[in-house]
Design a protein around this ligand. Structure first.
Ligand code: GZL
Length: 308
């Protein structure tokens, strides 16, 4: 008789099943769709219940959703704040209801920062700096002014404000780079094409670069450039942010020069943060995404590794 026993494995403390309210901005871009899928999948994998609200790019819908989550007494609220301001009252209501709020993909500006627990997302200023550094490096052999048009993201949104800030900060040291037109195209392909068409009409033959705060607007701009009879990525350099599949396809087709990565796959980090927040454990104020820069030369090699 052989006595065989195994030390009873310390059973994993069963994760508490959480009820999480998630107030998403909408479905404005490939990035946002990937972001939503990542969060839904991670919630499912963790065994949590996710109450999902798509605000269709309207802040008032996000505020309504948060109030609904509060009245349903969810354990944690995840908010992707469309814009940085206008959150003070509703976040105070969540705090009063003792429901921790986790910000994802964009940050807020509020009087009482204790009304939100942590921000899970990228350093948008650095993303803007990376776009400008690529441009300066890539055009250092040219002479004369480099006229740039800028397609801004959603007005008042954290990424639009900071991608502009970082881009301009680097170009301050290079006076021949001039942003001759700058306008919002709300992070969408359709508006990116519309605004780029207007820029091309207003500045015939002068535009050398388009800097788009996301790849969806860059892809819209590519269509406008082609329809104007110019060659995207050659006559007009095309710079985007996000590194979504559409950008890799445009680069492999020779129509886009570079994309600065902004990681949307935040689901796992958000579920970790939600479990800690619900348990009242300490969290860093900023859980920063790790991301790089992908120029056209590496697009074909990198494409098979892309997950969004
Ligand atoms: C970035 C995210 C931005 C993406 C856009 O974290 O908030 O919003 O860059 C998306 O594609 O619309």
């Amino acid at each position: 008789l052989v006595l065989a026993w195994s030390t009873p494995s310390r059973a994993q403390a069963p994760r508490k099943k959480l009820v999480i309210g998630f107030a998403q901005t909408g479905a404005e871009s490939e990035w946002r769709t990937a972001n939503t899928e990542s969060i839904k999948a991670a919630a499912k994998a963790a065994g949590h219940e996710l109450k999902f609200s798509d605000a269709q790019q309207k802040q008032e819908n996000q505020i309504k959703a948060i109030r609904s989550f509060i009245s349903q007494k969810v354990d944690v609220i995840i908010l992707a704040p469309l814009v940085t301001t206008g959150w003070d009252t509703v976040l105070r209501e969540a705090k009063a209801a003792k429901i921790p709020v986790i910000l994802e993909s964009r940050n807020v500006v509020v009087k009482d920062p204790t009304t939100w627990t942590t921000f899970v997302g990228s350093d948008f200023v650095e993303e803007g700096r990376r776009a400008a550094r690529w441009l300066v490096e890539h055009t250092k052999a040219t002479q004369g002014d480099v006229n740039i048009v800028e397609l801004q993201g959603t007005v008042g949104s954290d990424p639009a404000i900071d991608r502009k800030k970082g881009f301009e900060e680097v170009l301050k040291g290079h006076p021949r780079y001039k942003i001759i037109r700058s306008q919002t195209a709300d992070f969408t392909r359709a508006k990116g094409k519309e605004v780029m068409e207007a820029f091309l009409k207003a500045e015939p033959g002068r535009i050398k670069v388009v800097y788009a705060h996301n790849d969806d607007m860059a892809i819209g701009a590519i269509q406008a450039i082609e329809e104007s009879g110019l060659k995207p990525a050659k006559d007009v350099l095309v710079i985007g942010v996000d590194a979504v599949k559409g950008a890799f396809e445009a680069m492999m087709a020779g129509k886009m020069n570079v994309t600065v990565e902004c990681n949307p796959l935040l689901g796992p980090q958000l579920m970790e943060a939600a479990a800690k927040a619900a348990a009242g454990e300490p969290l860093p104020r900023w859980i920063k995404s790790i991301e790089g820069v992908f120029p056209a030369e590496v697009a074909a090699k990198e494409f098979p590794n892309r997950k969004y």
